[in-house]
Design a protein around this ligand. Structure first.
Ligand code: B1M
Length: 211
């Protein structure tokens, strides 16, 4: 079993301390933080998500797995951040109003921090007004909206509309993502960028901030 498979398997069992120990071991052995994240932690959480969908595991199992994921992420965060350069720009990120899912959003945030961007994290259940007002206040180049529920992704359109009303639409790039979101939806609401995963979201944000 590879170290990535080991981390994935431990995460699926919610073994927080062992996930931390294995992530630390992988870092000590010289594995790239990005690989540990994608092939270990994210891969493990994908399995948990699929089992949750098929009613093979339940909410408490998912929460315990998420806790193990965060334990691993805590160790990777400084490594990903230290590989970054001087902040190229500011990104305001959050999970849309009504939505409490934050694992994916935190991954996006972490990967963006890894690119050396300054991230203002508004957390979960964030209204369109909060996204837009913070973007104005912090002179952000990107608003990054995450949603995991079909019932909350509609707030992304409100973000686009509020940004237009506030007169900042041409100054801010609105990026959207999360499991129910796709390219067509992004276009249909007038947002600028859709990315399916944390790594490509971070690359896109960096590209925008460097312009
Ligand atoms: Co919830 N949940 N959940 N849940 N949950 C889903 C999303 C669901 C698909 C499960 C299912 O039924 N199959 C379903 C949504 C159905 C739908 O709307 N289509 C669902 C539901 C229904 C619910 C509740 C309503 C359940 C209930 O109470 N009856 C409830 C809602 C609460 C609320 O938000 N108001 C709920 C609650 C929960 C928990 C609290 C138990 C927990 C969240 C814990 C937490 O986040 N702190 C939870 C979890 C963990 C999940 C699943 C199992 C996993 C989500 C996750 O973290 N995935 C999920 C099932 C699944 O996804 N298969 C499910 C791992 C994460 C890394 O992936 O967030 O997709 P993801 O992020 C990805 C990409 O999407 C992308 O990057 C990440 C990877 O690189 N990405 C972006 C994300 N944001 C981005 C932004 C970008 C770019 C890319 O740019 C800005």
């Amino acid at each position: 079993m590879s170290i990535y498979e080991e981390i994935s398997a431990l995460l699926q069992k919610g073994r927080m301390k062992e996930v931390s120990a294995s992530v630390k071991k992988a870092l000590d052995e010289g594995h790239e933080a990005k690989d540990i994240l994608e092939k270990g932690l994210i891969a493990g959480m994908d399995v948990v998500g699929e089992k949750f969908k098929n009613n093979e595991v339940y909410v408490p199992d998912v929460l315990i797995a998420a806790r193990a994921m965060y334990a691993g992420m805590d160790l990777l965060k400084p490594v990903l951040a230290s590989s970054g350069v001087k902040a190229a720009g500011t990104v305001v990120i959050g999970t849309c109003k009504g939505d409490l899912h934050d694992i994916g959003k935190n991954l996006v945030k972490m990967m963006m921090e890894g690119k050396g961007l300054e991230i203002i994290d508004l957390g979960v259940d964030v209204s369109a007004d909060d996204f837009v007002n913070t973007a104005i206040e912090k002179n952000a180049k990107v608003i990054a909206c995450s949603a995991l529920l079909t019932t909350t992704m509609g707030e992304m359109k409100t973000v686009v509309d509020k940004a237009t009303e506030a007169g900042i639409r041409d100054k801010v790039t609105i990026m959207v993502g999360g499991a129910p979101v796709n390219e067509n939806y992004c276009k249909s609401i007038g947002a600028d960028i859709y990315k399916p995963d944390a790594a490509s979201a971070a690359e896109a944000a960096l590209a925008v901030c460097k312009q």
